[in-house]
Write a protein that binds this ligand. Structure first.
Ligand code: NAD
Length: 356
């Protein structure tokens, strides 16, 4: 028996999670997986319910689970709350408390969606990139940080970008291992021409290459990587980078595939436990309209089954079902192109369940 904790979150979070849970329950029955579900609050929903964005009860339930499925958190409803209570702080807290240091973000171009990309189809068809982003270090967590008033009365915002050797090594290992089971090419992205923290990053990643002689390692500055991602994205196999660069580059890679609504992600700890969530946010602009694309969350369920629950056949079945509904021409608004059938969140969920 495995335990999965479900965190619906905010805005479109509960809408897309409902469909993903229906899909999970379908494979649970079909493949006899014995998965038990539990629920908890995170983000704005937790703040509204109990006054903090990452309650202790949520952390306790998360630690007692084999995997976590998250919708998304945040939204303008909580814009005015104090910084330490913001919904996004809840997300950062659960990631760091559970030591989910490795964020795997695949950007895969479904051939059916080649025309939904903002790049020409020939640049993106067949695209299959894995971005490995360090998730619990770097400038998003570095201390000291804050906003202070200088002697001249002017205010100054400041953050600290730092990585120690062991943090770099553990994410490097995850990325090299991922490259070994893919195309055996790893590109490490840094800004070592300017930032000392990434001089060390490059040195450590380079020193690890000897342990993975089959992997072809390259290095790229982040500004060039951003350019290359939109110029010639198929040159990449696995990309490894720090928290902030990975945040930005993975959203860029997401758009190459047509929609951020298609992309799952996994955040893993050192033992393979993890939290699975779509790459997108809580999309407050479309919340409550029943139009959000649930496929990124449904594909996150597939990643969860594959990486944390050892249920590869069920994961394959979900990925095939998603491909089948795209073959049927069903599209939510974010991936809609002329001639296709426009559907809402629930209809898309229905179609995946039916395909299963
Ligand atoms: P977003 O990803 O929520 O939305 C960006 C754009 O993509 C919007 O136009 C939105 O409608 C669209 N979009 C996103 N998901 C979609 C889906 N499934 N189907 C169709 N369209 C979709 O990013 P944002 O607007 O910058 O942030 C909104 C809120 O989400 C903020 O509070 C932000 O802090 C939060 N956020 C949370 C997470 C997370 O929970 N992991 C990640 C990013 C942003």
């Amino acid at each position: 028996m495995s335990k999965v904790l479900v965190l619906p979150g905010d805005n479109i979070g509960p809408e897309i999670i409902t469909e993903a849970v229906r899909v999970l329950e379908t494979v649970n029955q079909k493949f006899g997986l014995g998965i038990e579900l539990d629920y908890a609050h995170l983000g704005g929903a937790a703040l509204d319910a109990v006054g903090e964005p990452c309650p202790q009860e949520t952390l306790d339930k998360a630690r007692a689970s084999d995997a976590i499925l998250l919708g998304a958190v945040g939204g303008p409803q909580w814009d005015d709350v104090e910084r330490h209570l913001r919904p996004e702080k809840g997300l950062l807290t659960i990631r760091s408390e559970l030591e989910l240091f490795g964020n795997l973000r695949p950007a895969i171009m479904y051939p059916q969606l080649a025309h939904a990309s903002s790049l020409k189809p020939e640049f993106v068809s067949g695209l299959d990139i894995l971005i490995v982003r360090e998730l619990v270090g770097g400038i998003y967590f570095g201390e000291p940080r804050g906003i202070r008033t200088l002697d001249n009365g002017e205010r100054e915002g400041y953050n600290t970008y730092k990585y120690n050797e062991s943090e770099i090594r553990r994410i490097g290992r995850m990325a090299f291992e991922a490259a070994m089971v893919r195309g055996k090419r790893l590109c490490s992205v840094d800004k070592s021409n300017v930032l000392e923290a990434t001089i060390l990053w490059r040195e450590i990643i380079t020193s690890m290459a000897a342990d993975y002689p089959e992997v072809e390692l390259s290095h790229m500055y982040v500004d060039n990587a951003a350019m290359q991602l939109v110029k010639e994205p198929k040159q990449f196999d696995v990309v490894v980078t720090g928290n902030m660069f990975g945040d930005i580059l993975s959203d860029t890679a997401a758009m190459l595939t047509g929609s951020i609504g298609m992309l799952p992600s996994a955040s893993l700890d050192k033992d393979g436990g993890g939290m699975y969530e779509p790459c997108h946010g809580s999309a407050p602009d479309i919340a409550g309209q029943g139009v959000a694309n649930p496929l990124a969350t449904i594909l996150s369920v597939a990643m969860m089954l594959r990486y944390s629950l050892d249920a590869v056949a069920a994961a394959d079945a979900i990925e095939k079902a998603v491909s089948d509904v795209l073959d049927q021409g069903l599209r939510t608004g974010d991936i809609y192109t002329d001639g296709m059938t426009r559907v809402g969140t629930v209809e898309m969920g229905d179609a995946v369940v039916a395909a299963l």
